[in-house]
Design a protein around this ligand. Structure first.
Ligand code: PLP
Length: 388
């Protein structure tokens, strides 16, 4: 067989490999504490589950429009208005099976040999994977510890060239937990006036997970870039619905039909019952979301203090999402070796920073989507393992 060369450039998400090894160890009788996985440890709120079941009972068993049923797209538009006072037309919303397909579609639209796409490093690994698969050059935007893992607008603007087609941004961010201050967005958007051909892809999937005084900055509220802006959001993290596979994006009016055509070529539509559950999530009570975020905030403070008490670790306070990203260079080990050591010996799953880009060397990602007790126990185990 001769498979297409592009596939040599397709990367992966190594968090899934860690997950598989953690499951093997668990099956072999070890009690693995999983701080490697990027999904809430809460169940989907009951009223959402019930709405999905009701949709099945009511006979919603068939195909739906490829861009999503209208009541769901209307609910998405109303939700952006409620949360951010952002005007979104339902025709610009394309519903997808999760957040990832939007990345796939967006990067496919702009990426080709000769094009340059800027992406955050450390960042969600699928960005770089997809850019390289498309044949475009992947240009890293370095997120630095000293900037609390925000990008620097000046640095991003200096990286733009006539070949730049797309800039990928993600705040609050995976894996660093950084939340970009509004001043940096303001400066970046002002500078982009000089580059009217460059599109912006803003991954805002963690928009409801912000801590302290921080407020989410959605790029939807910068009218000057709306005609070249794609905003990804979704249900996976906010409503603990990772396995349902439901996400969406707001596209410029001219790109929404292209995204819809890609959906027709790819998956036809999201299953109907999940779309109905998605409406219940957006239109129903939000208390479960607030409670989950409050729990993450409490764990965030616990994990940052605990990580800083490990010799050789240094952890800045994450502003959003549910990840801590300590600098582990003081241990004298590289990220992958330390990830493997603490998985095999302490039975704690984490993900090496290098899984998120070359700039992640010297860091480990800890997801604090786990109980306080487990977080405390995990840190004790790591300390024991490192002192042996
Ligand atoms: N964007 C970011 C930054 C993520 O961390 C993730 C999942 O981990 C996604 C998008 C994809 O979400 P989904 O599971 O809905 O595809």
């Amino acid at each position: 067989m001769k498979i297409a060369k592009n596939l040599n450039h397709l990367g992966t998400e190594s968090a899934f490999e860690v997950l598989a090894r953690a499951a093997e160890l668990d099956n072999a009788g070890h009690n693995v504490i999983n701080l490697g996985i990027g999904q809430p440890d809460f169940k989907t709120p009951n009223h959402i589950v019930e709405a999905g079941i009701k949709a099945l009972r009511d006979g919603h068993h068939g195909y739906t429009p490829a861009n999503g049923i209208l009541p769901l797209r209307e609910a998405v538009a109303a939700d952006f208005q409620r949360r951010h006072r952002a005007d979104v037309h339902p025709d610009c919303v394309v519903v997808q099976p999760g957040g990832k397909p939007t990345m796939f579609f967006c990067i496919s639209m702009f990426g080709e040999p000769g094009a340059e796409i800027l992406y955050p490093d450390p960042g969600f690994p699928i960005y770089k994977s997809m850019i390289e698969y498309s044949g475009a050059s992947a240009i890293p935007i370095l997120l630095k510890e000293e900037n609390e893992f925000s990008f620097s607008a000046d640095e991003v603007l200096a990286q733009i060239t006539p070949q730049t087609r797309l800039i990928i941004l993600n705040s609050p961010a995976n894996p660093c937990g950084g939340a970009v201050p509004k001043s940096q967005f303001d400066q970046l958007i002002a500078g982009l006036a000089k580059w009217p051909e460059v599109a912006i892809f803003s991954d805002e999937i963690y928009s409801q997970m912000l801590y302290g005084e921080r407020e989410h900055v959605t790029l939807l509220n910068y009218p000057e870039i709306r005609d070249r802006l794609i905003v990804l959001d979704g249900w996976s993290k906010t409503y603990a619905m990772t396995g349902w596979r439901l996400g969406c994006a707001v596209w410029p009016r001219e790109l929404a039909p292209i995204a819809t055509r890609l959906a027709i070529n790819c998956h036809s539509c999201v299953n109907a019952m999940t779309q109905h559950a998605g409406i219940a999530a957006l239109e129903g009570p939000q208390e479960a979301v607030y409670k989950m975020v409050a729990a993450f905030d409490e764990r965030r403070r616990i994990i940052v203090d605990s990580l800083n008490s490990i010799e050789g670790f240094q952890c800045v306070e994450p502003g959003g999402a549910f990840y801590a990203f300590p600098n582990i260079s003081g241990t004298g080990m590289d990220a992958k070796s330390l990830q493997n050591l603490i998985l095999e010996k302490a039975h704690v799953a984490t993900v090496a920073g290098t899984a998120f880009g070359d700039n992640g060397e010297g860091f480990l990602r800890f997801s604090y989507a786990n109980s306080k007790e487990n977080i405390i126990e995990a840190i004790d185990r790591i300390k024991d393992c490192l002192t042996k």
